[in-house]
Design a protein around this ligand. Structure first.
Ligand SMILES: Cc1cc2nc3c(=O)[nH]c(=O)nc-3n(C[C@H](O)[C@H](O)[C@H](O)COP(=O)(O)OP(=O)(O)OC[C@H]3O[C@@H](n4cnc5c(N)ncnc54)[C@H](O)[C@@H]3O)c2cc1C
Length: 406
């Protein structure tokens, strides 16, 4: 077995390479709401790939670096000051690609993982439906077998960034005679295939990142199935594990950090100074509480990551960090609003408060994106603490006998 480069050597090499190859980050995080960010991210991902810094925790045979989480962490720390392809992180690198790594055939892994790491492919999730996202196994988008092909019909919604992506990982119903969890299959769907119509949705923040897709007789080859036919619930559970890890901060596949996941601490101090309240004791208390929450989150992420990796905790434990991260994001935003006072609503001429107002509008999405906080609580109580399962009238009932609609 060849020995891995030490983390410190790797960090030095990464630091030098970043300085020579990537431009400095420009100001604030430029999120997926800006349409030109996608092409730029593809270029940046390709630069990382050519330089040997793409997919640090992905196996070498699929284009990754075959290194450890510690190497990835070092790279992320070093890359903070540079322009990075951050829109690749969620869901492509940290949710969809790891699911393909876990469940894909060799062909699928070579095609999609190498494509992703080279910057050629962006992947999205087609899970939620207009009738509801939390009851994921109650979905009604269908795929019917026709000879060697599958024919997909239905609609998905809230798909982040779908308009700019190449493939969507789509959960569809393939057996209506089976109970709801047993008749599902996961597919890799080309986003721009004939029969797929994409509509963008405007959010209250002004972003049009969300999409709704309509599938009208979309023909998929047999090798579009990811995992087992009718084994889609187990496959989706793996995907949801990666999603909770990504949202909670334990995913080893994220590369580069996203300064604007919520407000960060130096920003709170700056904010207090800019509104002339840094000496206000109640503001100092707020900043202290915010700092404590961040520290707890970091410790929790470190501990849960370690215990997930060693098998001391089962995969549903990713819900603990997913839940806490959502609570923390909302807590930080609320503290910032308290500190900013009226300027959070009005925005000062220098722009102070403008981003905060947008953060506030986006606040509730932290407890919905990646599965809602209530569902995380259900997972923790039922699957970690062993409490009784929630009642479900449709459990064990063939799906075609379940009453739908209101
Ligand atoms: C920023 C963002 C990005 C997203 N990106 C994607 C994406 O890329 N792809 C995708 O497929 N989806 C995406 N979603 C959708 C997201 O997964 C769903 O919003 C989420 O699963 C909740 O589903 P829902 O909105 O249908 O709410 P509902 O399921 O209707 O739930 C409404 C409320 O009721 C609560 N509730 C529902 N059932 C229960 C229960 N059994 N016990 C207790 N409380 C319950 C929920 O927790 C929630 O608070 C995204 C959402 C956001 C906000």
């Amino acid at each position: 077995m060849t020995e891995l480069e030490s983390v410190e050597e790797f960090r030095d090499r990464a630091r030098r390479w970043l300085k020579d190859n990537l431009p400095a980050a420009t100001g604030r995080y430029s999120g997926p709401e800006n349409d030109d960010v996608w092409d730029r991210s593809r270029q940046l991902q390709r630069i990382l790939f050519d330089g040997g810094f793409a997919g640090i925790c992905y196996p070498k045979e699929y284009g990754g670096q075959g290194l450890t989480t510690a190497h990835q962490r070092a790279f992320t720390e070093e890359s903070f000051e540079y322009e990075m392809p951050l829109v690749f992180n969620i869901p492509t690198l940290s949710i969809c690609a790891p699911t393909i790594l876990d469940l894909g055939t060799e062909d699928q892994k070579h095609k999609h993982l190498t494509g992703v790491l080279r910057g050629d492919q962006l992947l999205v999730q087609f899970l939620s439906e207009p009738r509801g996202g939390s009851d994921l196994a109650g979905l009604t988008t269908r795929a019917d077998r026709d000879g060697d092909e599958w024919v997909l019909n239905g609609s998905k919604i809230w798909s982040s960034g779908a308009y700019a992506a190449d493939y969507g990982i789509c959960l569809a119903r393939t057996n209506w005679d089976a109970p709801k969890h047993e008749g599902l299959t996961l597919f890799l769907v080309p986003v721009h295939a004939p029969g797929v119509t994409i509509q963008r949705i405007k959010q209250v923040t002004g972003s049009t990142e969300f999409c709704q897709e309509f599938f009208d007789d979309v023909r998929l080859p047999a090798d579009s199935v990811l995992g087992e036919v009718n084994g889609g619930w187990a496959a989706a559970s793996r995907l949801l594990f990666h999603e909770r890890s990504a949202m909670g901060g334990t995913s080893p596949y994220m590369s580069g950090s996203r300064p604007r996941l919520s407000v960060d601490l130096s920003e709170l101090v700056e904010l207090a100074r800019s509104v002339g309240r840094l000496d206000d004791p109640s503001v100092r208390e707020d900043i202290g509480e915010a700092r404590a929450m961040f520290r707890v989150r970091d410790q929790l992420v470190a501990r849960v990551s370690r215990q997930l990796a060693s098998g001391e905790l089962p995969p549903p434990a990713s819900s603990i960090v997913r839940l806490f991260s959502a609570e923390n994001a909302q807590f930080q935003i609320d503290k910032a609003i308290r500190i900013a006072g009226a300027s959070a609503a009005t925005a000062a001429p220098d722009g102070t408060g403008r981003q905060l107002g947008i953060d506030y509008l986006f606040r509730n999405s932290w407890s919905l994106a990646g599965g809602s906080a209530e569902m995380s609580r259900n997972v923790i109580s039922e699957r970690l603490l062993g409490m009784p399962r929630e009642f479900a009238a449709d459990r064990g009932v063939p799906f075609n006998q379940v009453k739908h609609g209101r």
